[in-house]
Design a protein around this ligand. Structure first.
Ligand SMILES: C[S@@+](CC[C@H](N)C(=O)[O-])C[C@H]1O[C@@H](n2cnc3c(N)ncnc32)[C@H](O)[C@@H]1O
Length: 188
């Protein structure tokens, strides 16, 4: 419980009152089209709300890299998921070159980042650092809280998705999440 309080205490980075629920986790992993062979980048895995479902879906041929800025979340994730690889870093600064040299580009990027809390420079710096690491035709998924998506920074992020991707779709809202949320599915 103390660990989950950490989530709220680091609101400036988490941008959420609580981790995402299991229904949203299943929905985002399915919407991302992750298969047992996928090569997945997860941005902001936090307490591992999506990581658990990603690990269950990935087979032995699948590959996973998680980038988390928060040191306690990072060590908790590495303890919980010893088979997966995590780096503690801001996603906008992480140097992907040696990972890409060894594993190739990603098939899928799953983002748990609170985009609606970020200024435009940070939204662009993150997209500039990760979108070039995604294969052509690869999928980028992220969620938005229903209602919050109408706020200015969220609308600005939605426009950026159109600039960075060939196609952007949104799913229905998952009402059983707290707060309700939907998923953007963007294709490069
Ligand atoms: C809204 S929480 C989501 C956590 C989890 N994916 C979920 O849905 O419950 C956002 C997470 O992104 C991390 N984060 C925020 N800014 C980041 C950045 N620039 N680079 C990497 N991780 C970041 C936070 O520490 C936090 O764990």
């Amino acid at each position: 419980m103390a660990f989950y309080r950490n989530f709220f205490e680091h609101f400036h980075h988490t941008g959420a009152l609580a981790p995402s629920g299991p229904k949203l986790a299943k929905h985002i992993v399915k919407a991302a089209g992750v298969t047992e062979n996928s090569h997945v980048l997860e941005l902001g895995p936090g307490t591992g709300a999506f990581t658990h479902d990603l690990e269950k879906t990935l087979g032995s041929a699948g590959e996973y890299l998680g980038i988390e800025i928060n040191a306690s979340f990072h060590s908790h994730l590495q303890d919980l998921h010893p088979e997966l690889h995590f780096e503690q870093a801001p996603g906008q600064d992480f140097d992907f070159s040696s990972w890409i040299e060894k594993h190739g580009q990603f098939d899928v990027i799953v983002s748990g980042l609170p985009w609606a809390k970020f200024p435009e420079e940070l939204q662009c710096a993150l997209l500039d650092n990760v979108v070039p690491r995604l294969k052509e035709g690869g999928t980028f998924v992220t969620f938005a809280y229903t209602g919050v998506h109408l706020l200015k920074p969220a609308k600005r992020f939605r426009k950026l998705l159109d600039d960075y991707f060939a196609d952007v779709q949104r799913t229905h809202s998952i009402m059983l999440n707290f707060p309700p949320a939907f998923v953007f599915v963007a294709t490069k």
